[in-house]
Design a protein around this ligand. Structure first.
Ligand SMILES: [Mn+2]
Length: 252
């Protein structure tokens, strides 16, 4: 009997059907632990329902929830009705609609759930989990602007283009990568790099396999690197467009 699996799950973007299918394929075991990398909302039609599901799920399983940029926007709306314009055109409009069946009391519970999300998580094996990336050469604790943790793409761009001949003891080796055994991120869809699988570059693992667009919701077992995936989200929501109608260059 397998026990104590540690699973990291990438961007979900309102695709509750993808999340449920993924969890079925993982085959849940009581002792499983989960780290979710953020961006629970904005895309498919079930954003509020994803949050509701995760609130219930976290009562049964050990979970860490990281906050993504889309979650920050949704939290702001739940807090004081502020509608960020970048949010509205990148899925926020649909997320607001998904909250129609929810009472003010439900929304208050969801707001507390968003507030409790972490910007990063570091486990006892020196594995770092965050939504997007960081820029400080001294590590996440020294990031000047906390927004960077959920907006940065430079960490991934650096890792994925890095010359593999640069060894860890070289002065050229990026100092950012030296602090952590492994770094797990979402935010930048792997489908932009022509892959619907989680990607590894140096010690950075990108688990956002494009669920908001044409890709899947994915999980990786961080101990043995087993990959689990849903079907492609457009197949699960055949009458919807997700965020595919929005051009990637204008998307956040
Ligand atoms: Mn995302």
């Amino acid at each position: 009997m397998k026990s104590n699996r540690n699973l990291v799950i990438g961007d979900i973007h309102g695709g509750l059907k993808g999340l449920k299918q993924l969890l079925e394929r993982i085959g849940l075991i009581e002792d499983d632990s989960f780290i979710f990398l953020g961006d629970y909302v904005d895309g498919w039609s079930e954003s509020a329902q994803v949050i509701q599901f995760l609130i219930e799920f976290s009562k049964q399983y050990n979970c860490v929830f990281i906050k993504g940029n889309h979650d920050v926007w949704c939290e702001q709306w739940l807090e004081d009705k502020t509608v960020n314009q970048a949010w509205f055109v990148n899925g926020g409009e649909g997320t607001i609609a998904s909250y129609n069946p929810f009472s003010d009391e439900d929304k208050a519970i969801h707001l507390q759930f968003f507030k409790q999300m972490k910007l990063y998580h570091l486990n006892t094996n020196n594995q770092l989990f965050l939504h997007a990336g960081f820029t400080s050469m001294h590590g996440v604790e020294n990031e000047v602007h906390s927004e960077t943790l959920y907006f940065d793409r430079t960490l991934w761009e650096m890792a994925v283009t890095m010359d593999k001949r640069v060894k860890k003891d070289s002065v050229l080796y990026p100092k950012r990568l030296k602090h952590y055994h492994e770094i797990y991120i979402g935010h930048t869809p792997t489908i932009r790099f022509n892959s619907d699988q989680p990607m590894q570059a140096i010690n950075v693992w990108n688990i956002d396999t494009g669920a908001a667009f044409t890709g899947k919701v994915s999980a990786v077992n961080i101990d043995d690197k087993t990959v689990f995936q849903s079907d492609n989200l457009p197949k699960l929501y055949p009458n919807e467009t997700g965020r595919n109608s929005m051009s990637y260059n204008s998307s956040k």
